[in-house]
Design a protein around this ligand. Structure first.
Ligand SMILES: NC(=O)c1ccc[n+]([C@@H]2O[C@H](COP(=O)([O-])OP(=O)(O)OC[C@H]3O[C@@H](n4cnc5c(N)ncnc54)[C@H](O)[C@@H]3O)[C@@H](O)[C@H]2O)c1
Length: 383
């Protein structure tokens, strides 16, 4: 079978996301499957150039996965004629400089979210990529989660009638780092390093809301730092200057109200780490990462408020599980396959830098709302 080689510079490959989701579960999984199959019987074969800052770590990783092409010199990698794509999973603050260099080198670009740490920069990158005529895309992985795919199927099938509201609950306890190590890198908790739950999660909420329910028209957010002191990877205490919880209301075009809590200081009493309840005139659904449950109006019980007697109904048992009906592959991998098809001229890729910039804009306006204590309208981001 003939194959089209696409050589990708993978930067930030030693990081949490770069290694686990992008290298292991996406790019190496695609290679293990023989490449990305195309309709004409050929396939796309990703060749990888690993880039990072630490030669020891890179050499070890390259050896472990038999990927001999690696360097600590990003400019040299971008100068290569045989490189087609630049991928960035670095820490957010390092992204702008590298993406600009990749645009200048005429490479197609795929990047982790958030695209940048300000909306103005994100928009500039989008415009520069468009002017350079390169393909551009931002990771929007939550759209490919089985739970959200099933939710989308319900929306497309008209299950809900008129959708009234969305309630999202995201979060878990991130250990402070003293008596148990933190499960997230410490930069997430320092504003100066691009941390904060709003900048991290609002770009996700933006594309979930926009793709499933419609454009976001306003945001009202209360943002706070519940845990002000943490201990970093080296055991050194530091001030957690970034927000670790956000309680937000988003108004969507068409009147849908979405309310999403995001917190790294909450203990989980839920079935999944993120859950969205959608209520519509004809039925409701609760979608998590993998599962999706529904209750139709015809099977909606009639609870009567009476705190004087014990609960008589098993409310959770009154919901039905939505079947998979298809195989759901890893969401990061599915999006990689779409991007690789796109750069080789085999299909569109709607999740471009402009979509990424709208996500950063929502984070910025959420922080503004919290600072000013008011509802903030979301203006159209001029392309
Ligand atoms: N799509 C998602 O669900 C998701 C989830 C978590 C993180 N992310 C995003 O992925 C990116 C990486 O996050 P992560 O959790 O993998 O972080 P990480 O700290 O584990 O990895 C950061 C990577 O950036 C590199 N880097 C480059 N310059 C650096 C510098 N000056 N200081 C420190 N590291 C530097 C590191 O070597 C490392 O490879 C971030 O932009 C983050 O917002 C996305």
């Amino acid at each position: 079978m003939s194959r089209h080689t696409v050589r990708i510079v993978v930067n930030g490959v030693t990081g949490r996301m770069g290694y686990r989701q992008h290298l292991l579960r996406s790019l190496l999984a695609i290679r293990a499957a023989g490449g990305v199959p195309l309709a004409d019987g050929t396939s796309i074969w990703p060749e990888l150039v690993l880039v990072g800052r630490n030669p020891t770590k890179l050499a070890e990783l390259a050896e472990r996965h038999d990927l001999p092409d690696w360097t600590t010199d990003l400019d040299a990698a971008l100068a290569r004629d045989d490189v087609h794509v630049y991928f960035d999973a670095q820490l957010t603050q390092a992204r702008e400089k590298a993406v600009r260099a990749a645009i200048a080198a005429g490479k197609h670009i795929y990047t982790e979210k958030p695209l940048a740490d300000t909306a103005a920069t994100a928009l500039e990158l989008a415009q520069a990529a468009r002017e350079a005529g390169v393909c551009h895309g931002v990771v929007q992985d939550k759209l490919f989660l089985p739970g959200l795919r099933k939710l989308k199927r319900l929306i497309d099938g008209g299950f809900f009638g008129r959708i009234l509201s969305v309630r999202g609950e995201f979060g878990y306890w991130v250990f402070e780092g003293d008596w148990q190590s933190a499960q997230r890198p410490s930069w997430n908790y320092r504003t100066a390093d691009g941390g904060g739950i709003v900048l991290d999660m609002f770009p996700h909420w933006h594309y979930v809301l926009e793709d499933l329910f419609g454009p976001v028209r306003s945001v009202t957010a209360h943002v706070t730092t519940h845990i002000p002191r943490r201990v970093d990877e080296k055991g050194t205490p530091y001030d957690a200057t970034a927000d670790d919880a956000a309680y937000a209301i988003f108004e969507l075009a068409g009147g849908i109200v979405a309310q999403i809590n995001s917190s790294w200081a909450v203990r989980v009493y839920r079935d999944e780490l993120v859950e969205f309840q959608v209520d519509g005139t004809e039925g409701s659904a609760v979608a998590g990462l993998r599962e999706c449950r529904i209750q139709h109006r015809a099977t909606t019980p009639r609870p009567v408020w009476n705190p004087d007697v014990p609960v008589t109904e098993d409310f959770r048992a009154q919901w039905q599980t939505v079947p998979d009906n298809e195989h759901f592959d890893n969401g990061f991998k599915v999006q990689w396959e779409r991007f690789l098809r796109h750069v080789t001229g085999h299909g569109p890729f709607p999740w471009d830098f402009f979509a990424g910039a709208r996500g950063v804009q929502l984070a910025e306006l959420g922080l503004q709302s919290a600072r000013e204590g008011c509802r903030v309208e979301v203006p159209e981001l001029l392309a």
